[in-house]
Design a protein around this ligand. Structure first.
Ligand SMILES: C[S@@+](CC[C@H](N)C(=O)[O-])C[C@H]1O[C@@H](n2cnc3c(N)ncnc32)[C@H](O)[C@@H]1O
Length: 241
């Protein structure tokens, strides 16, 4: 049976062999925690390439959280339909609520994204905002390979992430902040990951190429637009890390 229906959220059977971070108790306070720690920067980061997504019709948002970006995307693109995947029921309920009158264009899937089976083979947009950092590089590699098979030709993958630039700032400022965030989320959600994965390597190996990138806060947060590339493009002409 489907894990979800349009504008409602149902939970898949538990995966006992698979530990998933639990963000349920953060759902209500998540955005206030974000504003208190990073002000508007994470929001600007998520929306950096929003204008480039007006032609997209079928999207999957992985680790969607409380749905602020999904609501914004639905409002900005009246033709898009979205599969929203998140392991937290409370987050997905907030998402459906936030989608309001547009909730009919959202299908919410409450499950671990590492186990989610894509619902279609023609996604022209994949979105992961501050979600890949909840996974290991190996898990992203497997996820990206699955998404590549489910992606339409020249599908886009929008990524927002934390980063540790190779500079004194990266070592002295960004890395301690990232460590602090991992420690906090480890305590609050049981997240087991403790360092930023190499999502660049994982996405490239799966057949995506980096097209555009913007950075804020000295490179601590980045927004990236990747494109499903044919084999000749993959690994070449990449905009770099
Ligand atoms: C750090 S929050 C980011 C939320 C949102 N994308 C944003 O930009 O604010 C990570 C989200 O991913 C979800 N999550 C973490 N691990 C997951 C997994 N393995 N499968 C599905 N969702 C997961 C959490 O429930 C949470 O909503």
């Amino acid at each position: 049976m489907s894990a979800a229906t349009h504008s409602s959220v149902r939970k898949e059977a538990a995966q006992p062999d698979f530990k998933t971070a639990d963000f349920n108790r953060l759902a209500r306070v998540y955005r206030w925690m974000e504003y208190a720690s990073f002000g508007p920067w994470l929001w600007w980061c998520r929306c950096a390439f929003l204008k480039e997504l007006t032609g997209c019709r079928r999207a999957v948002v992985l680790g969607d959280g409380d749905g602020r970006f999904t609501a914004r995307l639905l409002a900005a693109n009246r033709a898009i339909a979205i599969d929203a995947v998140d392991a937290s029921l409370a987050m997905l309920r907030a998402l459906v609520h936030r989608a309001g009158a547009d909730a009919g264009r959202v299908r919410a899937h409450c499950c671990d994204a590492r186990r989610w089976q894509p619902r279609a083979a023609d996604y022209d947009l994949i979105v992961t905002h501050f979600f890949l950092d909840c996974l290991t590089t190996d898990a992203i590699r497997a996820l990206a390979a699955g998404m590549r098979s489910a992606a339409a030709r020249e599908a886009r993958w929008l990524v927002s992430e934390f980063a540790e630039p190779e500079s004194w700032y990266g070592h002295a400022v960004a890395r301690p902040i990232v460590r602090l965030l991992y420690r906090a989320f480890g305590l609050l959600t049981g997240l087991g990951v403790r360092e930023l994965p190499d999502h660049h390597a994982a996405l490239r190996q799966a057949g995506f190429a980096l097209e555009k990138k913007r950075a804020w806060l000295g490179g601590l947060i980045v927004s990236e637009l990747w494109v499903a590339a044919d084999e000749r493009q993959t690994g070449n002409g990449d905009a770099g890390r």
